[in-house]
Design a protein around this ligand. Structure first.
Ligand code: FAD
Length: 393
């Protein structure tokens, strides 16, 4: 008889909800706790990216938990980058010469809801929303939460805690503040932030621009990208310096300035965005950063996964994919330990997992920063376009 554990998972975003499902499939008793309300019942504020590029790495995680086919129904294939120059001319730079190799655009809330639905159907999963984790008692695997609907404070405990509470992780902060072991932490911000704007569906409900591509308007210092949604719209993201540039978040303070900037840099996109200025001022500006830390675990009782362990900038479209890959690697290690009758040797499991995984997440973090420069500068160059034509011919 295999030993089963009580697992407390903090953060029911993309990584936490997939992890909860998989840990329950492995037979553990899972409590999944989330600070926000249930997004299946209450619309959440805009702010996080609405859609994401889902690649093969991410699909592997979904396949492991038996949700790949359901997730694919939410996907729009993107076969390449559609590059838009200043004059409005476009050029499709394919990701591959093979038609079956592409990435997918998927809705963040849609995918999160699917994973929550699947997790909730498991008899050994309990979901708790409106519970914001304040601190974790690392030595005893218990955590204190504020219940936002009643203002009460509650403590929940498990045999182990898995921290999947994202880039601003409270679980990680408890490790940082603990001071009884050496905890390395680094956070590096880009000089750029991001803001989302929308391209609504066309009057007839169709798409206003080519659907099966990741659109990019590279302009050297700044960049616009757009990914398609199933309802005919696109979610557009502007990456722009905060300051020290003629056009930056600090200087774009009036509707006139916003229109002047977009008409100069992205004239063909302006035609597609009827609510440009109003969305520019109503949507938040988000920061872009890389977080690295180590160790990811403490006392064999708490482990960080997903963005909580390794938040990266979005320019390789790999943050969620890497978080899903975390679940695959963690599961492989659990399988190995389980086959040796060591399924509850958590300290060793956590250390083996970090040793196997950290070099890869460090590498993708650095590649993602490099790709920021490639996307905003080099994809616009005639040399790049010629090279890609030859590669994909
Ligand atoms: P999150 O998705 O952040 O989930 C964390 C969860 O924990 C949230 O539900 C949060 O409410 C909850 N939480 C937070 N604090 C607490 C607390 N104290 N108590 C309880 N719950 C808490 N990745 C891709 O693979 N492809 C892309 O195309 C892509 N595009 C992106 C575009 C942008 C602009 C940004 C910013 C990111 C992008 N990413 C992309 C990265 C991706 O969003 C993250 O890597 C992914 O969301 C990580 O999942 P996670 O579950 O670890 O964290």
């Amino acid at each position: 008889m295999k030993e089963k554990s009580n697992i407390l998972i903090i953060g029911a975003g993309l990584c936490g909800s997939l992890l909860a499902l998989r840990m329950a499939q492995r037979g553990h008793e899972v409590t999944l706790v989330e600070k926000r309300p249930d997004l299946r019942k209450e619309t959440q504020d805009a702010g996080r990216s609405i859609n994401l590029a889902l690649s093969d790495r991410g699909l592997k995680g979904l396949r492991l938990a038996g949700v790949e086919e359901a997730a694919k129904k939410l996907c729009i294939p993107m076969h390449g980058r559609m590059i838009h120059d200043r004059k409005g001319a476009t050029f499709l730079s394919k990701y591959s010469g093979r038609t079956n190799e592409y990435i997918n655009s998927i809705s963040r809330p849609g995918l999160n809801m699917l994973l929550l639905d699947k997790a909730e159907k498991m008899p050994n999963v309990t979901l708790k929303f409106n519970h914001g984790c304040k601190t974790v008692d690392l030595e005893n695997a218990s955590a204190t939460f504020k219940k936002y609907d009643t203002n009460e404070e509650v403590t929940l405990a498990g045999d182990i805690i898995l921290g999947t509470d994202g880039a601003g992780s409270s679980v990680r902060k408890s490790m940082f503040n603990h001071k009884k072991f050496l905890f390395s932490f680094s956070q590096e911000w880009l000089t750029h932030g991001y803001k989302e704007i929308s391209i609504p569906p066309a009057e007839d409900g169709g798409y206003r621009t080519y659907i099966n591509a990741l659109h990019i308007w590279p302009r050297g210092e700044d960049m616009l990208i757009a990914l398609p949604n199933l309802d005919g719209s696109f979610t557009v993201t502007l990456f722009l310096p905060y300051s020290n540039s003629d056009y930056c978040f600090d200087t774009l303070t009036t509707r006139e300035m916003v229109h002047e900037y977009f008409n100069k840099e992205f004239p063909d996109a302006v035609e597609l965005m009827p609510h440009l200025a109003e969305e520019f001022f109503s949507n938040p500006t988000g920061p872009l950063g890389t977080i690295k830390c180590s160790p990811w675990s403490s006392y064999g009782k708490t482990l960080l996964l997903g963005d909580a362990a390794h938040a990266i900038v979005p320019f390789y479209g790999q943050g969620m994919n890497a978080s899903f890959e975390d679940v695959v690697v963690f599961d492989e290690i659990l399988e190995k330990f389980s086959s040796e009758g060591k399924e509850s040797h958590w300290a060793e499991i956590f250390q083996t997992y970090e040793a196997a995984r950290k070099k890869d997440t460090d590498a993708i973090a650095d590649l993602a920063v490099d790709n920021f420069h490639e996307m905003k500068e080099h994809t616009a160059s005639p040399l790049f376009q010629k090279k890609r034509k030859l590669e994909t011919a």
